[in-house]
Design a protein around this ligand. Structure first.
Ligand SMILES: [Zn+2]
Length: 64
């Protein structure tokens, strides 16, 4: 299991791959998860935020 700042590295639910700073991701309004843009499994109306993983965690440190 990859570690990130001493914690388990955040990963994308659908594909299970670790999320890297340059990956394009969506967060969702229902489960507060991060998923790759290409893996997003919910309807577009549930997209909360979009950006690179690095941008998202700088705005929402809850995700790391
Ligand atoms: Zn993914």
């Amino acid at each position: 299991m990859l570690k990130f700042n001493g914690k388990i590295h955040p990963h994308c639910g659908p594909c299970g791959e670790p999320l890297w700073k340059s990956d394009r991701v969506h967060t969702d309004t229902m489960f507060e998860q991060i998923q790759h843009v290409d893996c997003f499994t919910f309807q577009p109306k549930y997209i909360k935020d979009t950006g690179t993983f690095g941008e998202i965690v700088s705005r929402h440190p809850i995700y790391i």
